[in-house]
Design a protein around this ligand. Structure first.
Ligand code: IPE
Ligand code: IPE
Ligand code: MG
Length: 238
């Protein structure tokens, strides 16, 4: 059936979805939270092994304080209430990003759920919080440079595996499919290194509209793709 092993999603468009129907932007974030649950279930159902969700970027801290504070409350609420269900579904919870930027109580909840679900064997659900791909790569460079300075690593032995091993995503394979909702054709600082050969799928649907049926469409689109990893393309039949 050719199911992507790792699906990454840029969950965009909560604010626009809400504004379109004269609701406050925060209502869009609330409904967006419901889609997160639905898509985790759908991905598990399809046998996707890794799902990585861009929930909050490093740049998103620059939004109005009220919106940021609402998002933190929502996240806190999500961690308290939704993760129980996630645990029952055998999902393994994971987080990437500059987690120390988050309020202390949220950091504790994240650590708790990582620990609580670490022996689960189902879908590996990774949330990106205060995430910046450029910062991730910068920090990897710093760590590698320290190892070189301490004499633990030779510059000439640094290869792609070394870089991978120093990223927040060290334990994850590269994404096979990257989905972005709400039509924007950009990466917004998400997994720049890791998506080198991912298939891209952009839908006009806003994230609160991205139901399991929309997820199924993305999987179907992926199944029609031909991945080549740099090899020569076959002759076209038309
Ligand atoms: C995505 O929706 C959620 C976050 C970035 C936190 P947005 O809040 O970016 O919604 P739009 O793109 O402004 O509509
Ligand atoms: C990307 O969405 C970040 C998340 C989905 C968490 P943004 O709304 O922040 O991206 P831009 O500003 O449109 O590039
Ligand atoms: Mg946006």
């Amino acid at each position: 059936m050719n199911i992507p092993s790792h699906v990454a999603i840029i969950m965009d468009g909560n604010g626009r979805w809400a504004q379109k129907q004269n609701l406050p932007r925060i209502r869009g974030h609330e409904i967006g939270g419901e889609r997160v649950e639905e898509i985790i279930r759908a991905a598990s159902h399809y046998g996707v092994q890794y799902l990585t969700l861009y929930a909050f970027s490093k740049e998103n801290w620059q939004r109005p304080a009220q919106e940021v504070s609402f998002l933190m409350d929502l996240l806190s609420h999500y961690l308290d209430h939704k993760l129980k269900k996630i645990r029952e579904n055998n999902v393994r919870f994971n987080a990437i990003g500059k987690l120390t930027d988050l309020p202390g109580n949220i950091q504790k909840k994240i650590a708790y759920w990582i620990q609580e679900t670490k022996n689960n064997t189902g879908l590996w659900a990774t949330f990106a919080f205060s995430y910046s791909s450029r910062l991730e790569i910068t920090e990897a460079c710093q760590k590698i440079a320290s190892e070189v300075a301490e004499g633990k690593l030779k510059p000439e032995s640094i290869d792609e595996k070394t870089i991978n091993a120093h990223l927040y995503t060290a334990n994850l394979p590269d994404p096979d499919l990257l989905i972005r909702t709400s039509g924007e054709m950009r990466l917004s600082n998400f997994l720049l290194w890791q998506i080198s050969y991912a298939e891209l799928y952009v839908t006009e649907k806003y994230w609160p509209e991205f139901t399991q049926e929309e997820f199924a469409k993305a999987i179907e689109a992926y199944q029609k793709r031909e991945r080549r990893f740099g090899l020569a393309a076959p002759l076209r039949k038309d």
